[in-house]
Every structure is written in C-alpha cells, then in structure tokens.
Design a protein around this ligand. Structure first.
Ligand SMILES: *[C@@H]1O[C@H](CO)[C@@H](O)[C@H](O)[C@H]1NC(C)=O
Ligand SMILES: *[C@@H]1O[C@H](CO)[C@@H](O)[C@H](O)[C@H]1NC(C)=O
Ligand SMILES: *[C@@H]1O[C@H](CO)[C@@H](O)[C@H](O)[C@H]1NC(C)=O
Length: 731
C-alpha cells in the first residue's frame, strides 16, 4: 500500500466510523456484482486455506506471516466439530483446537478470515468433521431434512457464531472475519436426494442468515442458494463459473493447488505455471475472490484423516509445504502474480472487461475504468505454440498456456508461464540415525480372554468401537477333527475373510498369517489364503483396523467398516465351514493402549525388552526410545521407510498413522508438461515407493532433551532403520 492509498483508506474508514455513529445497524461487509465490499471499498481478495488443527499453535504466527508476505489478504479455514466436541457436550478449544487464538493470530497479522463453519466440512477429515457420536443419536440422518440432525447442526453452528461474537471477531465488531460459510458442497447431495435436500437447504440457509453475523454467508458448489447467500465455485479451474444471480460477485472458494495423497497412491503435484494460469483465467473473467486450497496443507495428526485412505501428510503441493516452508518456485511465483493483480485492483473493481481476439487461441481482456485506471490480461490458450500478439501497437510474447498482466495496459509485469523465482531445493537430512529402542509385544487376544464380549454373528466395526480406537478384534475358536485329511496330506484349508474395510491382519494360534487391505477406490477387502490349523481347538484372531471414517458420499454415516463376512474355511472334509453366523468374541482397541504404553510415565504392566532382545520384524510390536531435540529450528520428521503400518506418539501425543508399507502404484510418474488441462492424475511422483515415508515431528512437541517416541507397529518392521531427519536446504 502506498501512502496515497493509506490516506485514502484511512479517510474511508473515518467516513465509515462517522456513519456508524449515526446509524445503529451498519454492515460493513457487503457485496455487489463486482466484488466483496469492505468498509465501502470493493476489494479483489486473495485468500489461502490454513486449517488450524493441521499445524501447531506455535507454527501459526509464522505460517500466517508467510501467507501475508506471499500477498494474501485472507486466511480461510474450516471449523472442525469432531475436534471441538469429541464427546457430546464436552468441548475442546485448546492447543491445536484453539480457534479463537488462531483467528486472533490472523487478526494480529492484519489479515482477514473466511470462516467455513460447515459444520460438514469434508476436508479429507475423519467423518467429514462430524463427531462419531452423532451417528448414534436415535433417528438421525445426516445432511437432510431430519430433526435430530438439524437440532445438532444448529446448536453447534450457533455456539461457534456466538463464540466469534463474544470475542468481537466479526468485521463489523472490529474483528477479522469478513465472510462465513454454511454447509459445504451440498449441491451434488441435494441433486441426488431431491425434495428432502431442498427442504434442508431452505432450512439451513435461513438458520444461518438468522444468526446475524453482519458479514456475508457463502455456499460452495450449490446452484440454488437463497439470497443473500453467495454461491461460489470449487475446482481446478473456475473461469466459466458465474453465480446464478447477476448481483453477486464471482468467487472461487477452492483453487486446488494440487490434490491429497492417499496411502497406496503416488504423490500428486501441480505445476505453478498452470496454477497461475488458472487463477488469471478466473480474474480476467470477472473473478474477484480466490482462495488457494490449500495454502498450507499441513499434517493429519492423531486419527484425524479420513477413511479415503488419506495419508498423514496433507501437503497438497501447497505454496507452503507440510512443514511450513515456502515451496519454490511456487510460493515466489504466486507472490509476484498477487502483486501484479493488486496493481490492477483499481481497474478490476471499477470496470467490466472488454474482450477481443488477438489471433488464433489468443485473447485480450481489458478493464478500462472511467477514473482512468486500466488493466489488461493477454492470454494464449494454445497448449503447444507460443504467441506473438499485438495490443495497442506493442508486441507481447506469450508462452503456450499463459496469461500476461499489464496493470497499466502497457507494461507486462507478470506472465503465468515465465517463472523467475528461485528453485530452492529442500531435502531431508538425517540428524539422528540410530535410536536405542526397547520393545514390548502386543499379545494377540483369544476368544476366551476376560476382556472380550461375545455376540452371534459379525458386527459392524464403528458400531462397536464408536471410533475410540482404530482397532477391533474379531475372535473365534475353530475345532478341527483329528481325522481331517489335510492334517496328513498337508493340503491346507483356505480361510476367506470378507471385510468392508479398511485393513485386516489374520492370526492363527497367535501367529500372523498375513494381511489384506483396501484402497481409496475400494475400501472392501478379501483375505483368501491357506492357513495352518492343528487338530483340536484353533484360535483365529482377526485384527480389523480403520484408517479413518468416510468423509464424503450421500449418507456416508451409513457406510460400514470391519469384518461383515462371509468368513469361511474351505478344504475341510465337510467341504466349506461357514463361520459367519457363529458365536464371535470381540475386543475393542489394543492392550498396550489400555495400559498406556504410548503415554509419558511408566506403565506398571509393561515389559520392555532391550538390546539384542528388541523385536525385529515382529508383528504387533510396541517400540519406545528417547532423543534430544536437534539444534536449530529446521522442521523435523521421522523416516519410517523400514516400517510397515501403525501409529506414532511423541511425548504422549499422536502425530499420526504411519503406513510406509503401502507402496504407491508403479505407473503414471513421468515428465509432466504444465500446458494443457490439469487434473489430479496428470502430475505424479513417488511411483513404486512408499506413498509416505516421512512423518512430521512438530518442534513444539519437543523439550531440549529426553523426548519420548513410541511406535505401534502392526505388520512388523525393522526399527533400527528409523531415523530422525530435518528439512533443510540442500548444500
Ligand atoms: C449397529 O447397531 C445397531 C444397534 O445396535 C443395529 O441396529 C445395526 O444393525 C448395527 N449395524 C450393523 C451394520 O451391524
Ligand atoms: C472338537 O471336536 C471333537 C470331535 O471332532 C469333539 O470330540 C471335541 O469335544 C470338540 N472340542 C470342543 C472343545 O468342542
Ligand atoms: C480364494 O482362492 C481360491 C484359490 O486359491 C479361489 O478358488 C477362490 O475363488 C478365492 N475366493 C475368493 C473369494 O477370492
């Protein structure tokens, strides 16, 4: 902001303050067809998503400052209901869930907030943000015209709005929140369920508007939004989108900076040339608000990621990487673009564009305001050829698939495909190669253990765990006659287990007999393999594990996980023995967790083995060690490549599920040309390697010395291969 602007905006605020004193209700955030209007001024707003629980409060000020330095005006976040109300009526607004502190941190940096309350948020987040207990309210049905659901949604939404009001966080109160969002991408669901969906839309829209926040509400990916709510676009490109009513501004709530990483998938990235091109196509075509989803993706700590097999890293190839460091050249290139857009702001908010062709596949968009301000965008849509175009007697070179900005209708200050920012290469450098591990074995439970309960038949997993644990044991005894032929001829029977997801490990008489697991595309899985049985009673123990609950789909609350059967033994003298409807025993969770092996302090019942006795390649092993915080402030991670699947705790706090044993599909990684329409399958890395091998260890969890790391490993791995690494510039 130069001095003249400063004085101008100070004058505008003064006028607003004066007019506020004479009229009691005075919304200071409104909109028209051109833009969001703040204190009387139309604004081109550049926004970025940073989800507060996906980093730590200690990281927030730096992330937000880097967002500001990168040219952002607004930070956008969802509100995560299941984090705030893990048990009905018991609230958590502390640590990573200190929502008010997060918003005040944004305010202190001088940025605005777009608060997407939802409370359905999707977000690759466990259960789409809904607490698991919500499913068990009698008569409930999610996201439709259902009274128990609406009552809970309203209660939570009101609570958040009131919390914002009492902390004076809405803009008319002097706070940073300039916009809110109700529901999320509801259009496709409404379209599918019809009348009850329409009734629900009507209800939640008027419920939200009735909360009188003093700032506009938006709804994304939904056409039929009632006034005064603004309909907005989400996607890789949104230039063709317009709100249904001509008096609303054109807004893009999610500019996808790339895509999520799934366990089992390669890692997607999006070239910055294409990302910048997409944004400029939107802006040249009357777009006045855009939000990078994500600007900082961060980490799915604990058990917070969703059942789409979403990895613990939520990096999203965002301008700030998972660890909060600028990703170059993406960060720097976008920063230059933001500055060029800001130089064009006066023209963009005052005029309608004039569009004409500059030749084959090239176009000019010109905003010439009565005030004299003029900004032009010169576009070349060709995916292969660059273009030499003439605009007002000057020549401009446009690389393929690119747009230039001329903030004064003369000088090109930015082209989306001419990347001049430095390409800083960050690497993972080992700082501690060998941990001194101790190990403890998680015993395989059996049907007649004291802490099990029995039921006839197979039960759905979430019904029994209520999501207090990823793990449910299905236990059964199988009596094998001494006369069975296979006992002599060695032609072992086949155990077939069909599960609705997400992963399964089979134990026969305490010995691991293999694993099976689903994928993002199909969570269902079948274990189908020979098993070693003996004459007499055999103990079959099936460990079913969840990697989070579904977050998307019509009535995803009805999706099942766990061993629903059939479960059969084939190749016995009787033919097939169907175990599906027999009496099963169940055990929720792990013994090690019940006896607090993962927490700080001594667990009385635990036996930790040391030195040469430490478990190697043993399934169901707990590992524990201590380490000192490395010098400096470089972000830290654990390299878990030598391990299989499980969960990691640092000083008692879960930093997420690890699953380096899930290897990314082998094809699709190769050279990726930025030019041409992008989708999440276009540009991939990590093929044939673990989808995720590094797991973020936030500095703020660490003391200078004696930090405890605990790992639960399901499959069996080699703990001596684990190392602590720091993320730093490669020399
Ligand atoms: C979950 O439990 C409820 C009540 O306990 C039962 O009605 C329902 O059928 C169960 N669902 C599954 C899939 O087992
Ligand atoms: C197992 O089956 C045999 C007959 O095949 C029977 O004699 C024995 O009692 C059974 N054992 C149990 C524990 O049911
Ligand atoms: C299990 O494997 C056997 C052969 O090993 C095959 O005949 C059978 O169809 C398989 N069953 C399933 C459910 O995949």
């Amino acid at each position: 902001m130069d001095l003249v602007c400063k004085i101008l905006s100070w004058l505008v605020s003064l006028v607003v303050i004066l007019s506020c004193t004479c009229s009691s209700v005075s919304a200071t955030v409104t909109y028209d067809d051109k833009a969001i209007i703040i204190n009387g001024q139309r604004r081109i707003l550049i926004s970025g998503s940073i989800h507060y629980p996906r980093s730590t409060p200690e990281m927030w000020p730096d992330l937000i400052q880097k967002a500001k330095d990168g040219g952002l005006d607004v930070i956008q976040t969802y509100v995560f209901w299941n984090g705030h109300e893990p048990t009905q009526g018991k609230f958590n607004f502390e640590g990573r869930y200190d929502l008010v502190r997060f918003i005040k941190t944004v305010q202190e940096a001088g940025l605005y907030v777009h608060l997407r309350i939802g409370p359905y948020v999707c977000a690759e987040w466990n259960f789409g943000g809904f607490p698991a207990w919500l499913k068990f309210i009698p008569g409930i049905s999610f996201r439709t015209d259902n009274d128990p659901f609406k009552a809970e949604m309203q209660r939570f939404t009101e609570m958040i709005v009131n919390m914002m009001k009492s902390n004076k966080l809405f803009e008319p109160q002097g706070g940073p929140i300039i916009m809110s969002q109700i529901e999320n991408e509801y259009g496709p669901v409404e379209w599918e369920i019809g009348a009850p969906g329409k009734a629900y839309t009507k209800w939640f829209s008027s419920m939200a508007v009735g909360l009188k926040t003093g700032v506009p509400w938006i709804m994304c990916k939904q056409d039929d939004v009632p006034d005064p709510i603004i309909d907005t676009c989400n996607g890789f490109y949104c230039e063709g989108f317009f709100p249904k009513k001509s008096y609303k501004p054109k807004m893009w709530t999610e500019v996808w900076t790339s895509w999520l990483t799934e366990f089992g998938g390669a890692v997607p990235y999006r070239p910055v040339e294409d990302l910048a091109f997409a944004v400029l196509r939107f802006v040249q075509n009357k777009g006045s608000f855009f939000n990078y989803y994500m600007y900082h993706g961060g980490t799915n700590f604990g058990r917070e990621s969703s059942g789409l097999f979403v990895a613990t890293s939520y990096d999203y190839d965002a301008p700030l990487d998972e660890y909060g460091l600028p990703r170059e050249p993406k960060y720097g290139h976008l920063k230059l673009m933001h500055s060029a857009i800001k130089q064009s702001e006066a023209a963009l908010v005052s005029a309608d564009p004039k569009v004409w062709s500059l030749g084959k596949n090239s176009e000019a968009h010109e905003y010439r305001a009565k005030t004299g301000a003029c900004a032009a965008f010169l576009a070349n849509y060709d995916t292969e050829s660059s273009a030499k175009v003439t605009y007002f007697n000057r020549q401009y070179d446009l690389p393929p698939w690119s747009i230039s900005i001329l903030p004064d209708c003369k000088n090109e200050v930015f082209n989306s495909a001419k990347v001049h920012s430095n390409s800083v290469h960050l690497n993972m450098v080992p700082v501690k190669a060998a941990f001194d591990w101790q190990s403890s074995t998680e015993e395989v439970p059996i049907a007649d253990d004291d802490d099990t309960f029995t039921k006839w038949g197979l039960y759905e997993q979430l019904n029994l765990t209520k999501d207090f644990s990823d793990y449910l044991w299905y236990l059964i005894d199988v009596n094998i006659s001494a006369n069975e032929a296979f006992l002599k001829n060695g032609d072992d029977p086949i155990l077939t287990v069909t599960s609705a997801g997400d992963a399964l490990q089979v134990f026969i008489n305490g010995q691991s007999s293999g694993v099976a697991y689903g994928s993002l595309k199909n969570t269902k899985l079948t274990f189908n393999d020979t098993v070693k049985l003996k004459a007499g009673i055999n103990k079959i123990s099936l460990l079913s594990s969840s990697v989070g609950l579904a977050n998307v789909g019509v009535h995803f609350e009805t999706y099942n996980i766990g061993v629903l059967g059939p479960v059969t033994l084939n190749g016995l003298s009787e033919g097939t023995r169907d175990l599906t409807k027999q009496k099963w025993s169940y055990k929720v969770g792990l013994k090690g967790q019940a006896s607090s092996l993962h927490t700080l302090g001594e667990s009385s019942s635990a036996q930790w083995l040391q030195g040469s006795l430490v478990a190697q390649k043993q399934p169901l092993s707990w590992y524990k060690s201590t380490f000192d915080a490395p010098e400096g402030s470089d972000p830290l991670a654990l390299d878990m490549s030598s391990m299989g699947k499980g969960q990691i705790w640092i000083n008692g706090e879960s930093v997420g599920r690890h699953w380096p044993g899930y290897i990314a599909r082998g094809s699709g990684c190769g050279n990726c040309n930025y030019a041409g329409t992008y989708d999440e399958t276009k540009c991939l890395s990590n093929c044939g390697e673990p989808s995720q091998k590094w797991y973020h260890v936030p500095r703020s969890l660490l003391k200078p010395t004696g930090n405890q790391v605990v790992i639960f490993e399901e499959w069996g791995g080699n703990p001596s291969g684990i190392s602590l690494v720091k993320r730093t510039e490669q020399n």
